[in-house]
Design a binder for this molecule. Structure first.
Ligand SMILES: *[C@@H]1O[C@H](CO)[C@@H](O)[C@H](O)[C@H]1NC(C)=O
Ligand SMILES: *[C@@H]1O[C@H](CO)[C@@H](O)[C@H](O)[C@H]1NC(C)=O
Length: 451
């Protein structure tokens, strides 16, 4: 018995030593000028938007390996290198899925907000508060430890075609500033932070300029937008040629955080354009909307058990093979792609009929959120709870430009989050495509004339 016990103990020791295989490391994505890099190599986003169950499910697919593991096999088969994840629960552990993605060479860019914890575009000031930032910062804590976290979206389509929504831009930009400051203050590596914009003709360029103007602490690391204007057409018909012209000289890396108009059967010609020298000096790839097939009919994989069981069987739809083929036939270009290494900031947009933001000053970090910079955010609220939009403890003053680079004051007054009772959610952030089509614009105009 004794010798048996010894042998078992030895076996156990060697099992422990042989057990955890050393993980292959993945190099984090950085920026230089208007491009992304992995080490010295330019990096292009060749990805897919990943939201199983759709926005209505609001499920974190990275917290459950029964969901992510079968999908990672599909991602490998597709040949994508980035997935965007809209819903993540900052109270849960993501090690299994993030490591499995890393092993597959896949990066993640994720939305730092969710329907309950977000900026309310219809009443943005009060929703920019300590409870909101606590959730955002807790999401950073949950993911920045994984080297394959490419970065975070500080907002999604908060600014819309209604010009009054441009007033929310200050709060999204303040959130961007705060996220970047939090990452520095906590001594984390430099993960990237930027905004995911709706593609609105009336404010597209102002929005882009706004997120790249001012002091360096106030600028983003990248700018992304959701573009549904290429409907199985071509570079010129889609108007993408004009957009490349408009964005040439822009000082941040740009990518499409959603693309894939499905008005016609999709052939994913967008991939050819995005990987060609027609676009690479200005754009750094994009993410196809989207991986799973939902009511809005954009998906390329059907989870046949639907929302009731997101771990159920996956069936590849015809577009799966078409998208894989588009990626295979259009590899990322080698060389620099003509990027601009010395891209810089630009003047802030001025007020006009479409952009009604009065000031370039940003609201100051709410007092109740200052302590997170020194103490950390603590446990995240997850995707449930009281929500933050009416939690109180919002910003009471504007910040001096540049103050986000330093000036960390410890032990500031706690936010008055006790006012959270009676949350009434207005306009949570949409996680479904918001499409401004020329046809709608035409009929609106025609309708106005008909009056
Ligand atoms: C635009 O937004 C404002 C503020 O949220 C709202 O009061 C107004 O009704 C909206 N206008 C339209 C046309 O939706
Ligand atoms: C997805 O699977 C369900 C269950 O088999 C089926 O009813 C539905 O039609 C499928 N959707 C598509 C687009 O194939």
């Amino acid at each position: 018995m004794r010798s048996f016990a010894l042998v078992s103990a030895l076996a156990a020791v060697s099992a422990v030593q042989a057990g955890p295989t050393k993980r292959a490391s993945i190099t984090s994505v950085t920026t230089k000028g208007n491009a992304f890099f992995v080490g010295d190599d330019r990096f292009y986003i060749r990805g897919v938007d990943y939201q199983p169950g759709g926005s209505a499910a609001n499920v974190d697919p990275l917290a459950d390996k029964k969901i992510c593991e079968p999908d990672i096999e599909k991602f490998k088969k597709l040949g994508v290198n980035v997935v965007r994840v809209y819903s993540t629960d900052n109270s849960l552990d993501h090690t299994d899925c993030m490591n499995a993605l890393s092993d597959a060479g896949i990066y993640v860019v994720l939305d730092a907000n969710n329907p309950l914890y977000s900026i309310n575009r219809e009443n943005p000031g009060p929703s920019y508060n300590a409870a909101y930032l606590q959730s955002v910062f807790a999401t950073i804590d949950a993911f920045i430890k994984f080297d394959n976290t490419l970065g975070f979206f500080s907002g999604n389509e908060v600014i819309h075609d209604n010009k009054s929504t441009t007033l929310a831009a200050r709060y999204v930009k303040a959130t961007t500033r705060d996220m970047r400051q939090y990452i520095r203050a906590r001594g984390y590596r430099h993960a990237l932070v930027g905004y995911s914009a709706a593609d609105v003709t009336d404010n597209r360029m102002q929005t882009a300029a706004y997120f790249n103007c001012g002091t360096d602490d106030e600028r983003s690391d990248f700018f992304a937008f959701n573009d549904y204007s290429w409907c199985s057409s071509d570079f010129v018909t889609s108007g993408w040629d004009k957009k490349v012209q408009s964005f040439s000289g822009y000082g941040l890396p740009i990518f499409l955080s959603e693309y894939g108009c499905n008005a016609n059967v999709r052939d994913f010609g967008e991939v050819n354009a995005l990987m060609s020298d027609k676009m690479t000096s200005v754009y750094s790839g994009g993410l196809l909307y989207e991986y799973t097939y939902e009511e809005n009919k954009y998906g390329i994989v059907n989870i046949t058990t639907g929302r009731a069981n997101l771990a159920g069987p996956r069936v590849e739809l015809d577009e799966f093979a078409a998208f894989a083929k588009a990626l295979k036939n259009n590899p990322a270009p080698t060389g620099t792609g003509g990027y601009n290494p010395s891209a810089t900031s630009q003047p802030c947009p001025t007020k006009d009929t479409n952009w009604i933001v009065e000031t370039t000053l940003l609201p100051a970090l709410p007092d109740g959120a200052k302590k997170f910079l020194t103490e950390g955010a603590g446990k995240g609220p997850g995707l449930k709870g009281a929500g933050s939009q009416n939690a109180g403890g919002s910003s009471t003053t504007d910040a001096a430009p540049g103050s986000g680079t330093s000036g960390v004051t410890a032990g500031a007054a706690a936010g008055t989050s006790s006012k959270a009772a009676g949350v009434s959610l207005m306009a949570p952030l949409d996680k479904a495509p918001f499409i401004i089509s020329g046809i709608v614009a035409f009929f609106t105009l025609a309708g106005a004339f008909a009056l």
